[in-house]
Design a protein around this ligand. Structure first.
Ligand code: SF4
Ligand code: SF4
Ligand code: SF4
Length: 345
């Protein structure tokens, strides 16, 4: 183990730990934009800089390994001045339309500006003026709000593997975009939405939640995605009785915050007026609502009429392993091995 001191407190950590991880162990908060423990460390945003005694420059705590005897200050005058300057530069060409921005209340740029008392930039110059990419049904890309942290790029490459977005150009013209600067719709994007969850600002906004509630108005409910047998953990955002958003649950051992397009964006059926509320029985060619008693009696009668292999059953990934086990047992007890699964759809 390595011993170091952070803000006057001693801590022992594994030798491969970073200063940021050591600070987390002590419950000391260090702001970050480009850091995600699941992704490659790049130390690009410089928000997490700290002062290390005897070091010449401020160090990016997210990617500086600890050393025995290190003495670190996370909120020294020098550190605060550097972070303020960083924010000052970031908001110099930022739209700052927080009043209507969907990210308000969950935006790290907004939070850190609040924390360090930055309300406007000292720098005046060109503003970015990119067209919104609104071409897909799931989320809007507003690159005017992008702070170039690269979390979406690394998430897309390293976790999803789609590699749909990358940095383009240099300097002021740097931009995150899809190949040939085409809309995402024409790229290899599979609309998993993980970049949306990773984005620390309002550059990537899910369409379904627009105008439906601020983060502090929403209850977060942990659940399991109902679509396939992987069983990804989801957090639903609920306002009143309505689900207005979903994101991957990072505490889920099955998925660690990852999602696919269905789990992340496909929950509108929850509120659909077309949801079945009672069984339907086909009578004279028409599907007619019935009671469960009537439906189950009919099923039992039909089971008795058909013989063994004439019978087939379609199971579902949306039920548990145990229920699927019982389902195939039932079919086999009725003399049929014809059991299939909706995942084939
Ligand atoms: S991204 Fe953040 S700072 Fe920018 S307008 Fe939205 S809430 Fe405000
Ligand atoms: S939605 Fe998924 S695949 Fe598309 S850019 Fe974002 S992370 Fe990549
Ligand atoms: S879109 Fe969001 S996650 Fe991607 S680089 Fe810009 S600010 Fe970072």
């Amino acid at each position: 183990m390595v011993s170091l001191t952070i803000n006057g407190q001693s801590v022992e950590v594994e030798p491969e730990a970073t200063i940021l991880q050591a600070a987390e162990k002590l419950g000391i908060f260090i702001p970050t934009f480009c850091y995600d423990p699941e992704l490659t460390l790049v130390g690009a945003c410089r928000m997490c800089v700290v002062e290390v005694e005897k070091a010449r420059a401020l160090m990016a705590s997210c990617c500086t390994p600890v050393m025995d005897g290190m003495v670190v200050h996370t909120e020294s005058e020098r550190v605060i001045a550097a972070r303020k300057e960083n924010l000052n530069l970031l908001i110099a060409n930022h739209p700052l339309d927080c009043l209507t921005c969907e990210k308000t209340g969950a935006c790290r740029l907004q939070d850190y500006c609040y924390q360090y008392g930055i309300s406007e930039s000292d720098y005046h110059g060109d503003k970015k003026d990119y067209e919104l990419d609104d071409t897909n049904p799931f989320f809007i890309r507003n690159m005017n709000k992008c702070i170039l942290c690269g979390l979406c790029v690394r998430t897309c490459h390293e976790i999803n593997g789609a590699g749909a977005v990358e940095f383009m150009n240099r300097g002021f013209d740097s931009k995150v975009t899809a190949a040939f600067d085409d809309p995402l719709e024409n790229s290899s994007c599979v609309f998993c939405g993980m970049c949306v969850d990773a984005c620390p600002v309002g550059a990537l906004t899910p369409k379904h939640g627009i105008g439906k509630g601020r983060p502090w108005e929403l209850k977060r409910v942990k659940t399991v995605c109902p679509y396939c047998g992987t069983g990804c953990g989801l957090e639903l955002y609920v306002k009143g009785n309505t689900v207005v958003g979903a994101k991957g649950d990072v505490t889920s051992p099955a998925s660690r915050g990852q999602t696919c397009v269905k789990g992340r964006f496909g929950f509108d059926f929850l509120q659909s007026p077309e949801r079945l509320k009672s069984p339907l029985i086909r009578k004279n060619g028409e599907l007619v609502e019935s009671s469960w008693d009537e439906a189950l009696d009919l099923i039992a009668k039909k089971f008795k009429e058909v013989k063994g292999t004439e019978l087939a059953g379609l199971a579902s990934a949306r039920v548990t392993n145990e229920e699927n086990y019982l389902f195939q047992k039932l079919l086999r007890s009725l003399g049929s091995n014809n059991v299939d699964h909706c995942a084939r759809l």
